[in-house]
Design a protein around this ligand. Structure first.
Ligand code: GUN
Length: 295
């Protein structure tokens, strides 16, 4: 079975009108995890590899490190030069695979072009693969067998579970077909929520047709303004995974300030899905630590 955790967070703490503030929900989840770690007297260990000087990756890894420490985890970050050899990365991964104080291993993407991303990700022990990118975990998700679920779509499923909307049979459009978001998202909406799922992507024709019929839209295409506001149905639930540098800060794939007039619920950017991704990374690491103790 696919297990989506439920945290039972008071909706008043994170939902403002129809805005789903993931950053507030994520904060409450992190508090729960911090408390569980104390009560159970465990120290989940998260180890991260950052290769090169990609600015966005440095910021993401910095946040992962900071949050881990704040909630009582052991945190290791191995920073490596962009001309590092694949074997050197594999050596670190193999050391961590054997280290019982580490429960989560993450290699920040993208990796420099000369490195075979697949070889690195598949070298991570499936039990420590907190990103859920190992073929074993991908296979488990698609076969409805318990495994580790990628953090961003898991965070979205948690938000949907916390708002307790029944999605059975509803028309869902997932925009984007990546292994990290689009595909696992579609799979869980279909198998766990029992929604009717359509995946649209950059080559989809007549996108307006699909959007006009969508009760739920998850936008993870990484393209700004891909759908027109007037296509969106009144009362749709809208989840925006996009993150773009804009004139005044960051914005999502969609215009939440316009769309909130017609949405049943909508995630703002920034402050919506993004912080949930890190909270789920913490959850996956915690869960692995618990399982490791249970043997
Ligand atoms: N780069 C952008 N998103 C992600 C993610 O979810 N995991 C990893 N490892 N790298 C990323």
């Amino acid at each position: 079975m696919i297990h989506i955790p439920q945290f039972n967070i008071d909706k008043n703490l994170w939902i403002e009108g129809n805005l789903l503030w993931g950053k507030k929900l994520a904060l409450e989840i992190r508090k729960q995890l911090a408390q569980n770690v104390k009560e159970k007297n465990i120290e989940p260990g998260l180890a991260v590899i950052l290769v090169g000087e990609d600015e966005a990756s440095k910021i993401y890894v910095g946040s992962k490190e900071k949050v881990s420490r704040e909630i009582g985890y052991k945190s290791i970050v191995q920073r490596m030069r962009s001309d590092v050899r694949e074997e050197e990365i594999l050596e670190v991964v193999n050391d961590w695979n054997r280290d019982s104080s580490i429960h989560g291993i993450l290699v920040q993407l993208p990796l420099p072009g000369a490195i075979n991303e697949r070889n690195i990700l598949q070298a991570i022990s499936p039990r420590k693969d907190v990103d859920g990118f190992h073929f074993e975990n991908i296979g488990r998700l698609h076969a409805k067998s318990e495994g580790i679920i990628p953090c961003t779509p898991l965070g979205i499923m948690v938000m949907l579970k916390e708002i307790d909307e029944k999605l059975t049979g509803l028309n869902t459009v997932v925009l984007g077909r990546s292994n990290i978001v689009g595909k696992p998202m579609a799979q869980m909406l279909m198998d766990h929520s029992q929604a009717t799922v359509t995946i649209c992507h950059s080559k989809t024709q007549n996108l307006d047709y699909y959007i006009q019929n969508a009760d739920i839209i998850v936008s993870a295409m990484g393209v700004r303004n891909i759908i027109k506001n007037e296509w969106v149905k009144n009362g749709a639930i809208i989840i925006d995974v996009g993150m773009h540098r804009a004139e005044n800060g960051v914005c999502g794939d969609l215009d939440y300030k316009e769309l909130k007039e017609k949405a049943r619920y909508i995630t703002p950017v920034p402050g919506g899905v993004g912080p949930m991704t890190i909270a789920m990374l913490m959850y996956n690491t915690y869960n692995n630590a618990l399982k490791a103790r249970q043997g």
